[in-house]
Structure formats: C-alpha cells, structure tokens
Design a binder for this molecule. Structure first.
Ligand code: C5P
Length: 224
C-alpha cells in the first residue's frame, strides 16, 4: 500500500514546525520533524563533550543513539531513554546541528531513521531536504519561507515566550549564518524541489498557511 507523504522544506523560522504539526493532526497522519533528529545528535555530542570536528566519534554516536518521539500538542523526544525536549529548541543545539548536518556520513546514517517515519495512513515531514532527498517520491511538496527579518522576529518571540532571554540582533545573525551553511553545503543543501509549491508566509497568518497547504492535499485524504 502506498503511503502519501507531504513534505514541507524551508529555512529556519519559516513556520514549518507549527504548520506541519497542525496539518498532521488535522489529517491524522504521522509527523516527522527531521530537524529534531539532527538536534538530538547535537545534544548527544554536547553531553558527551565531543568536538564538532571529531567525525569518527560523531558517526559512532549517531549510529548507536536511540531516539523515541511522541507528538501530542508538542513534540517530545527521548535520547537513550532520557527526555531531552527542553534542550531541543536551544540556539546552541540548532547551531551544532547545522554544523554536523553538513557531514555527508552523518546524513547517510540519519537517512533511514527518517524513512522509518513513513507509515500509514500518511506522513507530514518537515526539514531542509525532505522533498529533494529523503522523500523525493512525495505526492505533495511545499517550500515554505519568509523574509529574514520576519523569521528572526518570530524566533525571538518564540524564545521570549519560553522565558529564554535573547537579543534580536544575535538571533538575526545566527539565523543568517545557519541558513547560509544549510544552503551552501555540498550534500543535500536547503533547496526547493522542482515540483514543490513555493509559499512566502511573511505576511500570512498560520491559519492562512495551513489552508493553502491543505488545499494542495487531494480530497480523498482530507475526507475525515
Ligand atoms: O529545522 P531545525 O532548525 O530544527 O534544524 C536544525 C538544523 O538541522 C538545520 O539548521 C539544518 O542544518 C539541519 N537539518 C538538515 N536537514 C533537515 C533538517 C534539519 O540539515 N532535513
């Protein structure tokens, strides 16, 4: 039986996570936040004091780490049985994730972990290379972006709401650096798939984006 996949790729802070989670809930489909897999590996390395340049050790840890995911209203993740949800969203985690995500062998090891999410009745997958590399066969593909200023301001609000005190200039700089690294890497760079629908969410509400994405999903999957 073929399992329908909806991929949502785009740069940091474009709203992919919120949109994907809510759409998965509406459709009753599984949800893959592929960034959380790279982030979990980053946490494993930080906790092990592994240097981001020690590729052999990074690959060892990537091979043996055990992840489990639960998605109710929010995503929660366990790494080797320990809840790491509160560390996932930290900027330091995202920065290390983006550095190690440029290592081709890391991507190769994490590839199957992502493929394993493709189960009936369907999958919504968000990330950078969902439509181009991990699920090129996906029926519905979206490339979701927003202006750099808007993405930085959303990220700033999100962190402040979580009680993390940050500076907007620093957030803007880090988002730009991360996007630049994600677009420039040789393996699976952040790019729009040829068959993806482009959505700029700069002046859209989350509800508008969800409606637009849902309108791309064939009626047969929406009849719930
Ligand atoms: O999406 P999120 O910000 O959680 O991703 C963290 C980092 O993980 C990204 O900056 C990117 O470098 C990497 N990533 C990736 N491919 C994906 C998802 C995330 O390279 N499919």
């Amino acid at each position: 039986m073929s399992v329908p996949v909806l991929t949502i790729d785009g740069p940091s802070g474009a709203g992919k996570g919120t949109v994907s989670r809510l759409i998965a809930k509406k459709l009753g489909w599984n949800y893959l936040d592929s960034g959380s897999i790279y982030r979990s590996l980053a946490i494993a390395l930080l906790e092990n004091n592994t240097d981001a340049s020690d590729v052999d050790e990074i690959l060892n840890i990537a091979r043996i780490m055990e992840l489990s995911f639960e998605c109710n209203d929010e995503l929660s993740v366990k790494l080797n049985g320990v809840d790491i949800t509160s560390k996932l969203g930290m900027e330091s985690t995202g920065n290390v994730a983006s550095i190690i995500a440029a290592i081709p062998e890391v991507r190769q090891i994490l590839f199957q972990k992502q493929k394993d999410f493709k189960n009936p009745p369907g999958l919504v997958a968000d990330g950078r290379d969902m439509g181009t590399v991990v699920f090129p066969e996906a029926e519905i593909k979206v490339f979701l972006t927003a202006s750099a200023a808007e993405r930085a301001s959303r990220r700033y609000k999100q962190l402040m709401e979580k009680g993390i005190d940050v500076n907007i200039q620093q957030i803007t700089r880090e988002i730009e650096e991360r996007d630049c690294r994600d677009k420039a890497r040789k393996t699976a760079p952040l790019a729009q798939a040829d068959d993806a629908v482009f959505i700029d969410s700069s002046s859209m509400t989350i509800e508008n984006v969800i409606d637009q994405v849902l309108s791309l999903v064939p009626q047969q999957y929406r009849a719930i």
